[in-house]
Structures are given as C-alpha cells and as structure tokens.
Ligand binder design. Sequence first.
Ligand code: ATP
Length: 275
Amino acid sequence: VKNGNGIAISTTGVDFEDIGGQNVAKKELQEALDFLLYSDRMKVLGIRPLKGILLSGPTGTGKTLLAKAAARYTNSTFLSVSGSEFVEMYAGVGAERVRSLFRRARDMVRKEKKTSAIIFIDEMDILGAKRGSNVSHHEYDQTLNQLLIEMDGLKMDQGAHILVMAATNRPEALDDALLRPGRFDRQVKVDLPDKEGRLAILKIHTTNKPIAQGTRLEEIAHETFGFSGAHLESVTNEAAILALREEANEITERHLREAVEKVMLGEKLDRKPTE
Ligand code: ATP
C-alpha cells in the first residue's frame, strides 16, 4: 500500500528462510535485531539502543528482502520509502517529509499495538550523500540534517522502538555523520551470492514451478557467477516463459540455460570470473 507521501506500509510476508544465501548478512542482522527483541535486558546492562542498520551491496542482492524479514523477525510495523522521495526543489519539503515519516511510524506502532517499527529507506545515497558534495546541495543537506535529528531523538524507552534500516549500493558516498555511533553504527554487507548462494536462490524460486526430473540446478548455479538474486529470479521466470512457448508442461535444464543467456544479454552483466 502506498499512501500519498510515497511511504509504503505493509505487513511483510518475507522470512529469513525465503532469502537464499547471504548467510553472513543474515546472521549479523539477526544478532543486531536481538538488541531490539531483548531491549529490556540491554537496558539493564546500559547498552546503547540500536537505532540504525545500513545494508550495503550491489543492486538486486536481497537488501529489501532482508529488511522485510527483519520486520517479521521482530514483529515490527514496516514502513518503506525510497531516498528519492525526499528530493524536492522547494526548501523544507524534504525535511518535512522526514518528520512526517517518523511521526507516521510512531502512529502506526500505536495503532497496530506493536512495540517496534522498522523504517526502511532504500537508495539511501540519494538522501544521505556527503553534505557539501556535488550531488548534494543546500536543500538535501537540510533533509539529511532532519534525518539525523530524528535518529538522535529516538529513545528506546518511550514504548515504541523505532529502528531505521537503510540500503545503498554506494556506501562510500554517504555522509560520515550518518555512520557515527548512535546512527547507522551497524553495517551489514550484502554481496553478490557465491555458488552455494546461487543454488539456494534458484531452489527458492523454483519450488513452486514444475521442474523436470534430472534438472541440475547445481550446473545452473555454476554457470551464473556474477548474477544477483534478482537476476536468478528472472532466470527462473524466463525459463517458465520459454516452456510455455513450447507448450511444455515442465521446465527443463535447457530452458534454464537459454534463460541464463537471455538474462545475460539483457543485462550486459559485468561478470568477473572469480569462481
Ligand atoms: P536494490 O538495491 O535494487 O533495491 P535489493 O538488494 O534491495 O535491490 P531486492 O529488492 O531485495 O534487492 O531483490 C529483488 C528481487 O530479487 C527479490 O524480490 C527476489 O525475487 C530476488 N532476490 C534477490 N536476492 C535474493 C535472495 N538472496 N534470495 C531470494 N531471492 C532474491
């Protein structure tokens, strides 16, 4: 559901098991999220509350999925918004959008009777570019400042815990102020999947598809180095379309192979033969 402000609110149906590979990212993320789940114990020990987690890595690797799974894992209200939604010509509009996003999160938590909310900001580099840099100008700087103010103001003992998760594929472009303690002080890298990861992703996206006996998904995983999860999802979809075109009832290894070629051509993938 998208409301007028470009904020999408949803109860997410994504579990960590629905995300293939990314075992290190999942583990690191779950450890961080336990801070949210066991915040009472953390408070007793005087541990600083967790406010921000930055997911960084190439496009299509599952960052959005991880954020959604995080919301489900912690039973949080989930609000998602893209950094580009804050880009406005007019002074103060972006900053006001940031304010209203946090207000909205607080309202939603109360309404849904949850104890926490996760605000997911995709394309964080658009909103959080280094202040004073070429891509940034005064209006963006105000917007970024407002985000920092909101994050600094988050208190975990006011009933509703709000955690901000942000995703970027250019972490080096982010303003240093964002990465300071008490802001996005947890960083989780989400890289392109290795062979095992690719196989896991292929399995996830073929469970509901009729795959011919003897199809070696391992071979497809082997041949798809450089592919992201999003590319692999496309491969399984294209393979199904090819099968449909041939009026076949099952997807064969040949369909998958042809789909790999198709996705590769379409994307002009920069494949580095590292594996
Ligand atoms: P972007 O940086 O472009 O926002 P992202 O890293 O957030 O990309 P997602 O939106 O999470 O990527 O992934 C897009 C789609 O690709 C998912 O909906 C899913 O179908 C598939 N996908 C990506 N990674 C995985 C994964 N690890 N396991 C299963 N499916 C995946």
